[in-house]
Design a protein around this ligand. Sequence first.
Ligand SMILES: *Cc1c(COP(=O)(O)O)cnc(C)c1O
Length: 372
Amino acid sequence: MTSVTELNPRERLLMGPGPSTVPQRVLRAMSAPTLGHLDPQYIEYMDETCQMLRDVFQTSNPLTFPVSGTGMAGMETVIVNLVEPGDEVIVCINGVFGGRMKDNLERSGATVHVVETAWGETFTEEEIEEALKQFPKAKMLGIVHAETSTGALQELSGISDLVHRAGMLLAVDTVTSLGGHPVRVDDWKIDAVYSGTQKCLSCPPGLSPVSFSPLAIEKMEQRKTKVKSWYLDVSMLKNYYTGSGGRAYHHTAPINMVYGLREALRVVLEEGLEARFERHRQMHHLLRSGLEELGLCYIPKHSLHTLNCVAIPEGIDEAAIRSRLLNDFDIEIGGGLGVFAGKAWRIGLMGHSATPRNVETLLAALRECLGK
Ligand SMILES: *Cc1c(COP(=O)(O)O)cnc(C)c1O
């Protein structure tokens, strides 16, 4: 037998695009005894988890649950269940994750109409309205609320009325906003939404909260073809998660991950959503003023509080600075992705990572690395 050393990872300050720092109480919750996935005790924990997800999504949608898998599994769940081969759909692309939506939609056999704007920009209501006019046969519009690759925050409140008036469904990626920025699923009339656990909910990666409106369910029930993915087929999953039609076995739920999410949601709701959004706003401004003092410039006009994307100054070896932050200071920040590779740093202030101590620590370390 080969001998393998004890697992003993160094503790890092997680200030990249996710995962974020996980509170000890969440890790402790995950080490509770594993139960059977049909054990009434566990079903109760799961129901509580789904109810807290409704609170965090600000929705009364009965069909709200954590998909087994990370954020990308949530994206696939929304798409494979709402799209049939030959359906026309519109996708708004201003970064990596809009691009991934397009890829997923194409894999589901949809005819995809792309509306694009520059990386770092967001879409105006006029641009959305224009797209809806141009592609009137589309059945759904997909858009990213918090584009983690550029740090841009997309305004959503005015969009859904336009989308619904055109007879389409609205699908939204809230992976980097849920728990850090308001996500008002009912007020904004979002039909299908997905998120992830390891960003602003500060839980380890492994689950993807999703929620579907009654209109989305109606659409799923009218499908003419079977959902292409067996694992992500909501018509089967909903029996287990909502109890409709009895708690039937579909796949074994990741029990201890759900313990973790349940505890992470308790942390979120104990703090209170509004207080939590306000903390993220304040930490963003604290970081922003420090970064700007160091001469760094934000790329997006409408910046997320949860992900801060700054341009790399001329003559700086960005990867060297990131490895120095990691190796000398145990701080992780992100590099640029896609179009921004080598051109940007992405600094996450998500959930448990968004504290004055972390902001000041990072700024001091960065000052040192930049020789200021
Ligand atoms: C992180 C992220 C995802 C993917 O989530 P994974 O947990 O990495 O699968 C999707 N969309 C956005 C906007 C993200 O930031």
